[in-house]
Design a protein. Structure first.
Lengths: 399, 255
């Protein structure tokens, strides 16, 4: 099933309206909905946030398109609210964090799997193994702070195991800059992938930076501080993949195309009919934005938008478990380290280089991610199950 | 068992490993091979202890705003009692009662939407009666704080912490998806704490030699006892009805 961007017009921008109850709907069920419904909600919140922030930056550098940007941005603002408010209030910030990391693992895995450019693929693998480790650390925190099993959020789709240890992920900023794609040669999917993974990581950084201070527990505050710092590194990494020679309007087109692609993917695979209807509506709104920006592009840049965009959308994102894929990457690439824009075996990372020096100082008074997961191994029902069983066995033996 | 539109109906809950045995087995197998970081949970305790050692309180009491208050605080200090301890606990009670009024607002909205249950006396009027008691208790403490020369609008440290405690109760009660029964369970948490706290406040007032205040507080305590009895009775009644499959007030069915 392909979407023909030359034909699909969506809903015109001036017909996109919301009432407050349109924005604030019944949330999804933490217990009953599929974990991938939650993954999609979180991903789309990130995509909407990225569009919103990009359009603000554009407006600050543009004299002529401020009104046009403000019009589209208002719709994006309300779409973001509608989508993000689908998360339920019985999901604690830490449970939402587990879900954010599931997004990072499963969405980055499907992106990496389908990425045509081998260098980009390697970059995604590199980031994937770091987020995979975050999931393990936060799962330990959820167990040891709230007494809850992270798998009730993950629904057995995603492994809870260490990846590249978080404490070694801290790098000098220079080692987070990657090579960018060439906008004249890159496959459209390469551009969309870079945009969507960036959006997901950016919202993760923003979420951790916002909720890290709601915890009373200093261990939790430290862990959020630490992982938020890595997410900042990931934002640096992924934004550097984009070609800086793309014009602002070209980037705007790509943003709208990414939104269309992601909503299309969501609609394609959604299991909850009520949420599927929302994805369908959002897709038609984004097609309206895309057409609006295509017209601007033609008018302002005097270029054909399909010099930048694909005429049909690629295969939708694959919202499924990537356990085998992730395990394979883990086995082969966990020991890689970044040196400049390249990846090298850990033995080749200079021990007195900028990243090692930076990391050693950051961890010199302890590592929050090592503290929280000390001796932690996930078992169904939390690690207290094992402790409780041992206690019962001991008591039965005594009596 | 036929569906009664209650959360206890069998539905599509996807949590727990039995919902996806094959995937869960793969997870367990993967996890069993994990080499975790060295140490154990005691590392968490070490960090917490380190922060505890350096921590400062959430806040302190405000200085008395009037000469009369200053004199009263000093007077009690001379008798070996620190008046601000009593004031802090009174501030806590007042804040708790004030939040309690709002919690009952939310519960009443829930009962109004779901329907009263006359058979067990769960009516809006009965809830309004409790809510009015909470409001009165709030005012009783406010007047007593003022009488001691302190400021009833000041948020004391214990009041602040009590506010943190009540956040979960408020979340449950204002969630449109929770049932009346679940809302009552949340209120039960508040009423149990309220009962014990009034009991301790009565004793504290007596220790301070203020029998008149203690007697006033004791009257509030007796009313709280009645609230607790009622709330427990409603929960028991609703649970019994639900277990017998009788249609009870419910949240909308899961989407």
């Amino acid at each position: 099933m392909a979407l023909d961007l030359t034909k699909e017009k969506g809903i015109p921008l001036d017909q996109q309206r919301f009432t407050w109850p349109d924005l604030v709907r019944t949330p999804i069920s933490k217990l009953n909905d599929d974990a991938f419904t939650r993954v999609r909600v979180i991903l789309m919140n990130g995509i909407e946030n990225e569009s919103w922030i990009f359009q603000h930056q554009f407006a600050r550098c543009s004299k002529d398109l401020r009104k046009e940007l403000a019009r589209v941005r208002r719709a994006e603002q309300h779409q973001q609210t509608l989508v993000n408010w689908l998360l339920p209030p019985d999901q604690s910030a830490l449970e939402t964090t587990i879900a954010y990391e599931q997004v990072a693992v499963e969405v980055t895995a499907t992106v990496a799997e389908h990425e045509p450019d081998p260098y980009m693929k390697q970059v995604y693998h590199f980031g994937l193994l770091e987020d995979f480790d975050h999931l393990y650390r936060y799962s330990a925190l959820l167990d040891r702070l709230e007494g809850k099993d992270a798998n009730n959020i993950l629904q057995s789709y995603t492994d809870i195991m260490p990846g590249r240890p978080t404490w070694v992920e801290h790098r000098h900023p220079d080692d987070d800059i990657r090579e960018h794609y060439d906008c004249k040669k890159a496959h459209p999917l390469t551009k969309i992938h870079a945009m969507l993974v960036l959006a997901a990581e950016q919202q993760t950084r923003n979420f951790y930076a916002t909720v890290g201070n709601v915890y009373a527990d200093p261990v939790a505050r430290q862990l959020y501080a630490e992982i938020s710092s890595i997410e900042e590194q990931h934002v640096t990494q992924y934004e550097s993949l984009m070609d800086p020679s793309e014009t602002w309007l070209e980037k705007w087109l790509l943003h709208e195309a990414t939104e269309v692609y992601c909503y299309f993917s969501c609609m394609h695979q959604e299991s909850n009919p009520r949420i599927k209807q929302i994805w369908e509506q959002m897709l038609s709104y984004e097609l309206g934005h895309l057409n609006y920006v295509m017209d601007l592009f033609e008018k302002v840049e005097k270029r054909d938008p399909f010099e930048v965009l694909p005429k049909t959308l690629p295969q939708p994102l694959d919202f499924t478990s990537h356990r085998d894929y992730v395990r394979e990457v883990l086995k082969k690439e966990v020991e890689l380290r970044a040196q400049g824009s390249q990846f090298v075996p850990k033995e080749k990372e200079p021990q007195d280089g900028p990243s090692a020096t930076y990391r050693n100082y950051m961890n010199s008074k302890g590592s929050p991610s090592e503290t929280v997961a000390a001796g932690y191994r996930w078992i169904p029902g939390t690690e207290l199950i094992a402790r409780a069983q041992a206690l019962r066995a001991q008591e039965m033996g005594v009596h | 068992m036929k569906s009664t539109g209650q959360p206890s109906d069998i539905g599509k809950n996807r949590t727990g490993i039995q919902m996806s045995p094959k995937q869960a087995k793969a997870m367990e197998e993967g996890s069993s091979r994990v080499q975790p970081p060295p140490g154990d949970e005691s590392k968490i305790a070490e960090v917490r202890e380190g922060y505890h050692a350096r921590a400062t309180p959430v806040g302190t009491m405000a200085p008395p705003g009037t000469l009369k208050g200053m004199a009263k605080s000093a007077g009690k200090a001379l008798t070996g009692h620190k008046a601000t301890v009593l004031l802090d606990k009174m501030g806590e009670r007042m804040a708790f009662e004030r939040t309690g009024v709002r919690l009952y607002d939310a519960l009443i909205a829930k009962v109004s939407a779901s329907g009263e249950v006359d058979s067990i006396g769960l009516t809006e009027a009965a809830l309004r009666k409790i809510q009015t008691d909470e409001l009165r208790h709030m005012q009783i403490v406010a007047e007593a704080i003022e009488e001691m020369g302190a400021d009833p609008t000041s948020e004391t440290p214990c009041a602040d912490v009590a506010g943190v405690q009540a956040l979960g109760v408020m979340q449950v009660l204002t969630d449109p998806r929770t049932t009346v029964s679940q809302g009552l369970a949340a209120i039960l948490t508040a009423e149990l704490v309220d009962n014990a706290s009034w009991e301790m406040l009565v004793d504290l007032a007596r220790e301070f030699g203020n029998d008149e205040l203690a007697n006033t507080f004791d009257e509030a305590r007796r009313q709280e006892e009645e609230h607790l009895r009622q709330v427990k009775g409603w929960i028991e009644g609703l649970t019994k009805q639900e277990s017998l499959g009788v249609s009870a007030p419910a949240a909308p069915p899961p989407a």
